[in-house]
Ligand binder design. Structure first.
Ligand code: FAD
Length: 417
């Protein structure tokens, strides 16, 4: 346990990673001051329902809070809600808020998440064009539907675009989805699974405009048309753009902190300057299994936030979580374990045509990752499920025979050492 000093442990960013870290600091027995600074209103929560159940008004956010509001007060966590941290000085061990107030710290965790990538094209400022990160963003999209928006253009078919398209269809909104690739999620999941996802969206009457980039939005005051670079015109009542995020890196002064696609941190989530840590979407970690990796997923934000907190208290264990994430689209569930950015072999167990399968991503014979589409269970909820076996195989750097992976009769757990 780290010694207590007069200066607090400070967490910058009160999202899932920051909230989980602040809670862990206290739960691990740190008795000194903990300050959690976040510019977003409310208490730390998980964003997944914003593209799914909350967007469809099927659920409120109660089940997604890291802790109820009263917990922070009861456990003496000082929450500063509203201010932005504009500068961090690692040499002076201090940070500056947008009010000008300077706060000293003993150790600081950067958990500032991601910043939306916005389209900078003609018409981008028109009303009716939405992005999705915060509750306010989500409420604005809900408002479009409640106000009678019948036809949405969804720009980008990564996870956010896919989930929003599905939710809008479930709400009875017509959807035209415009995206640059050949299939939704192709970049992350490959062409085979991408084609299965495309088939799911087409079966739900989403009009998929593949290979499309939006060049301009048109309309008088409100958006009425999205125009692609090829000149295709998509009439719409409103637009939701899912163009990804950039890591939201705060400004450092006085001493440099190594940055590259986020804050570079070591296996313990420690940055290149002493007493500076990072976790969540902003952290680019030297992962013991995957090498340098920055991921943008719920499970990581929660677990890495906790791991970074333990490191801040002196723990030396590396953060070696075999990344997993999920996505819900219509009644379909996608689960993923591992981390694959390139692979030379894709093996299917089950059926791509019936869209019920586990897909395995191999590189030079080693299993990098696996995806379950309506098959394999949730490795976080069921430790005996097929996807949990996949996570174990990835962790073991297993080199399973492709024929065994594909063979439904071979129990995946029999391949685990
Ligand atoms: P964030 O949640 O972005 O929190 C960072 C916080 O820091 C923000 O509140 C921000 O305002 C604040 N901040 C930033 N800079 C400053 C500053 N300088 N000063 C003060 N405060 C600052 N993942 C999945 O695995 N499955 C899903 O189904 C899934 N669904 C998602 C649906 C939506 C709509 C979205 C947006 C994301 C989804 N994700 C999902 C991803 C997951 O929510 C993110 O990976 C997770 O929120 C990252 O948490 P974080 O704490 O790192 O960042």
């Amino acid at each position: 346990m780290a010694a207590e000093t007069d200066e607090p442990l400070v967490v910058v960013g009160a999202g899932l990673a920051g909230g989980s870290a602040a809670v862990t600091l206290r739960e691990e027995g740190f008795a000194g001051r903990i300050v959690l600074i976040g510019r977003e209103p409310g208490i730390p929560f998980g964003r997944p329902p914003l593209s799914k159940t909350y967007l469809r008004s099927e659920e409120d956010l109660d089940g997604w809070y890291v802790k109820p509001s009263s917990w922070y007060e009861e456990h003496g966590i000082e929450r500063l809600v509203g201010p932005s941290v504009v500068e961090i000085d690692p040499l002076a061990h201090s940070l500056t808020l947008d009010s000008g107030h300077v706060l000293g710290y003993d150790r600081v965790l950067i958990a500032t998440g991601g910043r939306l990538r916005r389209l900078e094209i003609p018409g981008a400022e028109l009303a009716g064009i939405h992005y999705l990160r915060t509750v306010a963003d989500c409420n604005a999209i809900k408002q479009e539907v409640q106000a009678g928006g019948r036809h949405a253009a969804v720009v980008g078919m990564g996870f956010i675009g896919c989930e929003v398209a599905a939710s809008l269809r479930q709400l009875g909104v017509r959807v035209t989805a415009v995206f640059p690739g050949r299939a939704p999620l192709e970049r992350v999941l490959g062409g085979e699974v991408g084609a299965a996802i495309a088939a799911i969206h087409r079966a739900n009457d989403v009009d998929l405009v593949t290979g499309g980039r939006i060049a301009a939005f048109e309309g008088s005051e409100r958006v009425a048309t999205a125009v692609t670079t090829e000149g295709r015109r998509v009439a719409c009542d409103f637009v939701v753009v899912g163009a990804g995020i950039e890591p939201e890196v705060p400004a450092f002064v006085g001493a440099s902190v190594a940055l590259s696609n986020g804050v570079l941190v070591d296996e313990r989530c420690l940055a290149s300057h002493t007493d500076v840590y990072a976790a969540g979407d902003v952290a680019n970690q030297l992962h013991p299994l995957f090498g340098r990796v920055r991921v943008e997923h719920f499970n990581n934000a929660e677990k890495q936030g906790r791991a970074a907190a333990r490191s801040m208290l002196g723990a030396t264990a590396p953060y070696d979580y075999v990344h997993t994430f999920w996505s819900d689209q219509y009644e379909h569930k996608l689960e993923y374990a591992g981390h694959a950015t390139n692979w030379d072999r894709f093996v299917v167990r089950g059926s791509l045509e019936e869209r019920q399968l586990i897909g395995f991503y191999l590189r030079e014979g080693e299993l990098q990752a696996a995806v379950g589409l309506d098959r394999g269970g949730d490795p976080e909820l069921d430790e005996h499920c097929e996807m949990a076996a996949c996570a174990r195989l990835v962790d073991q750097r297993a080199r399973p025979a492709p024929a065994q992976l594909a063979d439904d009769a071979a129990d995946l757990w029999s391949l685990v050492r």
